[in-house]
Design a protein around this ligand. Structure first.
Ligand code: NCD
Length: 314
């Protein structure tokens, strides 16, 4: 694997291999010295054109645990705000010897442009591009589901037959898109539940079923309910009447969580709008994997950087 741009490009075997490497990386996190020398001498650049806390920090921790040098380059306070183009930035990073560039950008496709451009000869990792994809989020979600289902015996396994319901702002969600491809590649059955206004005009070609009724979806007892953040910053119109109405119909409130089977898990990529798409009790319940997802994110990003930079890549 040379770049990680979309989970659409990831085969089932590649996905399982990444999850298995992430298991090894998680073992490292439990040691007293949480560091491996694997990427010593390599330089990873975090190129962030959009606000982010957890994803940027997660990539930084991951790179440092593998002993790479990390440079954080954010759009605010950089030459980008002086009008420097993506091309000039890429060429500058190339001249500085970047081996991997982790890019987050508000434009869907920006990581692909960088990978195909020839401006820079580094491994490119998509850390979220517009409403398009966020592959490492989907990988950490798959890893979290697999660990909850199989515990320490998870290695080598896929997610065959697992039922996953994605709820909420599908329209603006790159997390949803990356998860739809990856989870189905791993054998899971994905369904979407959202108001019609927060679904794409067409889901033709998406391997999913679609419904508008959260209560019916909850009563069908899915193994996983993944709540998505209402992405107000990407909304230029009124997509639902008001916040109260949204939570009443599409929010995971206490009563709905109580109706889920005890073994079902509740996920959210963060940052959460508590009280809007998810209640505080649901977010903090034993069924919630929100903090596990954050911890697992480091293991997954270590696995991805390792695959891209260690030279043993397939
Ligand atoms: C997600 C993102 O930025 O796409 N968050 C994240 O990576 N921490 C999801 C979101 O913002 O809702």
């Amino acid at each position: 694997m040379r770049h990680l741009l979309s989970t659409k490009d990831v085969t089932r075997d590649e996905a399982i291999a990444l999850l298995d490497i992430a298991e090894d990386m998680a073992d490292v996190a439990n040691r007293e010295v949480k560091k491996l020398p694997t990427l010593r001498g390599k330089t990873v650049v975090n190129l962030f054109f959009e606000d982010s806390t957890r994803t940027r920090v997660s990539f930084e921790v991951a790179a440092k645990r593998l002993s790479a040098d990390v440079i954080n380059f954010s759009a605010k306070g950089s030459s980008i705000s002086k009008g420097e183009s993506l091309k000039d930035t890429a060429q500058t990073l190339a001249a500085m010897g970047a081996d991997a560039v982790v890019i987050r950008h508000s434009a869907s496709g920006a990581p692909r442009v960088l990978a195909d451009s020839g401006w820079i000869d580094a491994g490119i990792v998509n850390a979220g591009d517009g409403t398009h994809e966020h592959p490492t989020q989907a990988l950490l979600d798959a890893f979290t589901i697999r660990r909850r289902l199989h515990g320490s015996g998870a290695r080598g396994k896929a997610l065959d037959g697992v039922t996953v319901t994605l709820v909420g702002d599908i329209l603006h969600s790159r997390v949803a898109r990356s998860n739809i491809w990856l989870l189905t590649t791993l054998g899971a059955a994905v369904s979407l539940v959202a108001p019609a206004t927060l679904l794409p005009v067409s889901t033709t070609g998406w391997p999913v079923s679609v419904s508008y009724d959260l209560d019916a979806a909850i009563d069908s007892g899915p193994d996983v309910v993944m709540m998505l953040r209402i992405q107000a910053e990407r909304m230029n119109a009124a997509f639902f009447p008001n916040a109260r109405e949204y939570s009443r119909q599409w929010g995971l409130d206490d009563e709905r969580v109580a109706r889920l089977p005890a073994a079902s898990i509740v996920m959210h990529p963060g940052p959460m709008n508590r009280g809007l798409e998810i209640s505080a009790n649901a977010a903090d319940s034993a069924q919630s994997t929100v903090l596990e997802q954050v911890a697992n994110g480091v293991s997954i990003r270590m696995a991805v950087l390792y695959q891209l930079l260690s030279g043993s890549a397939a």
